[in-house]
Write a protein that binds this ligand. Structure first.
Ligand code: HT9
Ligand code: FE2
Length: 375
């Protein structure tokens, strides 16, 4: 038996995620939820709807979050961490507002949030904080006593997030035919976002081209490439590339796109590619469609052998990392000195998003940050 772990002042963990449709009838209302007020062209929406219909109208993301909840509860129980774990989504049931209402009625007063997004960006950070503010505003109108909510720091460079992906890339390399394996190129993939959103991602003073979003992904890519070289003895060339672009064509988004990149690398004589989706926490639709379906078809057309490596999903090392992040934050909130755990060149991310971090196009209230209107 290990010692009993103490997460106080926190009395609950809230897993906050994107949500996804669970059947054909859910697809259109889900897409309406995702794109409300976001200016996505109608054509793009029709196309994305087809991606979901190709898989029976079911996104795997909800089951992946259920598996992560199980992994977290198992890890906490094994380590004597007595902290209830709840789950709410931005775009589909269980909706964040409903979960938060249940939590408050169950007496939760100090809630720590784990978002299923490891990096800084409007979509992956501030938008979730806006969702929390919206949910709190609804509960306030209902006359409920509001809990205090904090959000765990970005965990892109935590070993429990990076190491499972190193294993995944090594497995994918091993799965390639031997005659192309050592020459294989690694394409580290993440969600494209508008250049303007990337440039302003992260704290204001850290802004440079690509902002914290690109810098954090480059740090993870370098960590994985270095670990792969150490373990295989082969120095694989790599590049950070993008996928899942939406928005109007005249607005610049991060490039190159994975499909263009495969074409370009093939033309340059690269014999094989491993696509490593480091931007995502689980193998949800952006991975299943954009990489496993579309990019894999492009590679087949080129005659280029490709493999797609695993995301962390419910890896026990990731669950353990979440426990460590909770205990770190609990210590900090209790006024104890701790050294936060992080790999790479950037160091541990801030606990509290500073004012103006990852700004929205139109400013809205956001909870769990220095500019939160809530306590
Ligand atoms: C950075 C980022 C992440 C990674 C971080 C994180 O995980 O949070 C992410 C994840 C996800 N994105 C997802 C789905 C969608 N994203 C869309 C649209 C957009 N994503 C954006 C960014 C991101 N998205 C952006 C800038 C837009 C444009 C509209 C806007 O400015 O808001 C659209 C609309 C159609 C389209 O245009 O593609 C859909 C359906 C799903 C669920 C998958 C499933 O169902 O399995 C997940 C996990
Ligand atoms: Fe997205």
């Amino acid at each position: 038996m290990s010692d009993v772990l103490d997460a106080s002042p926190y009395d609950a963990l809230l897993l906050l995620s994107f949500g996804g449709p669970e059947g054909p009838d859910d697809v259109v209302p889900f897409l309406e939820n995702v794109t409300r007020g976001r200016g996505i062209p109608k054509e793009r929406l029709k196309e994305v709807g087809q991606h979901y219909f190709l898989f029976g109208g079911v996104s795997p993301i909800n089951d992946q979050n259920r598996a992560l909840l199980d992994a977290l509860r198992k890890d906490f129980a094994e380590h004597g961490l007595d902290l209830p774990v709840h789950w709410g989504n931005r775009n589909w049931a269980p909706y964040l507002t409903d979960t938060l209402r249940d939590m408050v009625r169950d007496g939760r007063r100090r809630i720590l949030v784990l978002a299923t997004s490891a990096y800084a960006s409007y979509s992956g950070c501030r938008q979730y904080r806006e969702n929390l503010a919206d949910a709190l505003a609804t509960l306030e109108k209902e006359g409920l006593e509001l809990p205090k909510i904090d959000k765990l720091r970005h965990y892109f460079n935590h070993p429990g997030f990076v190491e499972p992906m190193v294993d995944g890339v090594i497995r994918s390399l091993a799965d390639l035919p031997e005659n192309v394996r050592d020459g294989a190129h690694i394409a580290f993939c993440t969600h494209s976002i508008p250049n303007a959103a990337a440039d302003t991602s992260g704290p204001v003073e850290a802004h440079g081209d690509g902002g914290a979003y690109v810098a954090q992904h480059l740090d993870v890519a370098r960590l994985i490439a270095d670990a792969v070289r150490e373990r295989t003895g082969v120095d694989h060339p790599w590049q950070l590339v993008y996928q899942s672009r939406s928005g109007a064509p005249h607005i610049p988004w991060l490039e190159p796109d994975i499909c263009d990149h495969l074409e370009e690398r093939h033309a340059a004589g690269v014999p094989a590619v491993v696509m490593a989706p480091i931007g995502f926490v689980s193998d949800h639709m952006e991975v299943l469609y954009d990489l496993d379906t579309e990019a894999t078809a492009k590679a087949a057309e080129l005659g280029l052998p490709v493999r797609r490596s695993a995301t962390v999903g419910d890896d026990p090392r990731f669950a353990a990392a979440v426990r460590e992040l909770i205990l770190e934050r609990a210590a900090t909130e209790s006024g104890r000195q701790i050294t936060p755990c992080a790999l790479g060149a950037l160091g541990a991310s801030h606990d509290l998003c500073p004012v103006g971090c990852c700004p929205a196009r139109a400013p809205r209230p956001a909870a769990a940050g220095a500019d939160s209107p809530y306590a």
